[in-house]
Design a protein around this ligand. Sequence first.
Ligand SMILES: O=C(O)c1ccccc1N[C@@H]1O[C@H](COP(=O)(O)O)[C@@H](O)[C@H]1O
Length: 219
Amino acid sequence: MRTSSQRTRIKICGLTREADIDAAVEAGADAVGFVFYERSPRHVRLERAAELARRLPPFVTPVGLFVNATPEQVQAACTAIPHLLLQFHGDESPADCERHGRPYLRAARMAPGFDLLNFAARFATASALLLDAHVEGYGGGGKVFDWSLIPPSVPCPVVLSGGLTPANVTAGILQVRPWAVDVSSGVESAKGIKDAVAIHQFCEAVREADARIADAAGT
Ligand SMILES: O=C(O)c1ccccc1N[C@@H]1O[C@H](COP(=O)(O)O)[C@@H](O)[C@H]1O
């Protein structure tokens, strides 16, 4: 999935406040996510997300999370936020994900019996598969799934997600060796309100995992 000298990319999702954007950037996040799913407690209006995205420095990617949104809603977000990376977290088909001509992440809801390799073949145009626990309400449930369900050779980059925290992300990276990790609940003081200390601890824990992988490889 990755080489031992690569670093694990970090996405912090569900941001709604300037202070949380700044904390994520300061801690070294590579991407920040805006939840455009109205039923989520982390939902953010498009105008507000566009305002927050304007705070991002170069090389920190804004990501728009959608759950069964209309093509018009996705298109409006692409127009309002330049370079928006799309994350589809609902029941979208490959055609739904591809029609915007933008790079996209496809969430897979991991549960026993789920055929990830078949899913990866269906979504062969995805930039990465984001592996989340199968929870009611499509995601953001803070639930860890059984990482041993991930087959050894997924044919595209993997973003490990689902219930990650500063306390378990090092173990997750050491076991799964993902391209990136994504966290929401695990760095919150309340839903939609991020905790700057927890964001820093999370990023430190990711760097700790990367250092251990590099040490073990003698790089
Ligand atoms: O954050 C939400 O409310 C949400 C709603 C619907 C779909 C996905 C959602 N969040 C994403 O779920 C994963 C795991 O989150 P957590 O760390 O377990 O809370 C992550 O990609 C969130 O961005």
